[in-house]
Write a protein that binds this ligand. Structure first.
Ligand code: FES
Length: 107
């Protein structure tokens, strides 16, 4: 289980407990985090689960797959060095306490 703080583009914060093994997207959608859409259900085919992970985590997380890299080129909001698709980031205890910022738009 990890406690994850999602911060919407307008600054609204929501702290969500996400079970180990779930993805950030699953945890966000399940908890009604508005800034994550997750239209494709997590199959890395829509880029509506775009998020900006904690800068400190960028090198800690497994790198994006080739498919995620491609989809990160299709995000509605600016791609940054800490951009990830939240359906591709699996939660572990090591992510407890992380902060995930959400872009202005997902589609
Ligand atoms: S939910 Fe569609 S790419 Fe993540």
């Amino acid at each position: 289980m990890a406690k994850v703080t999602f911060i919407e583009h307008d600054g609204l914060e929501q702290v969500v407990d996400i079970p180990t093994g779930w993805t950030l997207m699953q945890g966000a959608v399940q908890s009604g985090v508005a800034g994550i859409e997750g239209e494709c259900g997590g199959s890395c085919a829509c880029a509506t689960c775009h998020c900006y992970v904690d800068e400190a985590l960028v090198d800690f997380l497994p790198p994006p797959s080739e498919t995620e890299e491609e989809m990160l080129g299709c995000t509605a909001s600016e791609r940054r060095s800490n951009s990830r698709l939240s359906c591709q980031v699996r939660v572990s205890d090591a992510l407890d306490g992380i902060v995930v910022r959400l872009p202005e738009a997902q589609s």
